[in-house]
Design a protein around this ligand. Sequence first.
Ligand code: GDP
Ligand code: IMO
Ligand code: MG
Length: 429
Amino acid sequence: MPALIVAGAQWGDEGKGKLVDYLARQAHAVARYQGGHNAGHTVVINNEKFILHLIPSGILHEGKLCIIGNGVVIDPACLIEEMDALISRGVNIGENLLISENAHLIMPYHMALEAASESGMGKKAIGTTGRGIGPAYMDKMARSGIRMKDIMSPDIFKERLKAAVEKTNRLLDVLYGAPGFDLESVFEKYSGFARRLKKHVGNAGSVLNKALREGKNVLIEGAQGTLLDIDHGTYPYVTSSNASAGGACTGLGIGPTRISGVMGVIKAYTTRVGGGPFPTELHDELGNCLREKGGEYGATTGRPRRCGWLDIVALDHAVRVNGLSGFALTKLDILDGLDTIKVCTGYRIDGEVTKEFPPDASTLERCEPVYEELEGWKDSTSGKKKLSELPSGARKYIEWIEGRLGIGADMISTGQRREELIIVKENFH
Ligand code: GDP
Ligand code: IMO
Ligand code: MG
């Protein structure tokens, strides 16, 4: 049962794309299980940068089966754009992309609903990526969504779209005074997408289960991160899917007993894009420094990422929620040269110190971080490929994290590029 989940342990952008790209070499298939093109996963190969939004990061390996699972919400226009951009750069998609017929679609009115809702929230806005993710999942749960298989059958599509457009147009008008959508033009546009995508659409769950039964390696790529999980994150400042490992089974149609490991991706410090509490956020020069040195600007929206110290309370929560079997530490090189490094080991709230991550944003907003200070290191970790090449301060930092979280570091990333990686333990053989 060699199914390995790679999930973000923080607020996203931990470097999942880079690690999935590495691990994909040994995988038969790479599958996304949730989220949509709110994700931006960066892979750098020979100084060429690829940013994947919907297509699994395994696509950059020739002949790798890449699956978009039923739990993903797909904007077909963006998917086609992403496919075309990859093809124009010489990536062979061919028969390598399989899209679940049960995946729900992001429709133009989802973007409109999100824009209207966000702009009405003022300071309380979630700070979404504006991709229509939340409203698409709303329609899925309300059973008024449109799935990939629906657009393949014109009659079914027309009937479902008619009901959805009528409902949404009323909502847009009454709630927000916003203009509605024309049924025929949406129908025509999406029918065109259906023709283009048809050959990639199929029963993804069945293909994955067959591969697992045959003992093949399956790599499961999370998007966003645990603290953005709809159930386990800093609600309501979260995304609208189960980004943590639990989402992988429902989002792909495989059983929990198939999962052989869960690797959490941990950035050596913390970042967050959008609104919501962030106890270890740095509002000073050091925060700016991490942003500039780490290139912390959103891979999807280009927004500056908020930066801060590593937060062990939040990571402990991620270890539990995901049942992490190990972790990959990324961007260690960005901490090179610091005299000391702070790490948050508790939260002070109402005069008491807790080590338990609070279940909601309003409590987390009142938490003040309690820090321990660790020694930094002067020598560079950049591009190092062996643990023994790391400065002792950097090794101690890794060991300290391992000790606190009670799990081991399987991989240490020391740069953007594909080969700038230390492998401590192989997860696939
Ligand atoms: P993802 O959404 O989790 O895949 O992460 P993003 O791609 O949004 O953001 C991670 C950024 O850090 C990307 O620009 C990566 O190229 C970069 N990156 C990943 N690992 C490392 C690393 O170890 N060192 C440095 N300097 N950059 C890294
Ligand atoms: P990857 O996969 C970082 C954040 C948004 C916002 C919140 C809700 O690259 O790690 P949404 O558009 O999902 O409804 O926005 O979630 N967010 C991300 N932050 N990385 C991501 O993806 C994100 N996807 C969504 O900024 O705060
Ligand atoms: Mg990202």
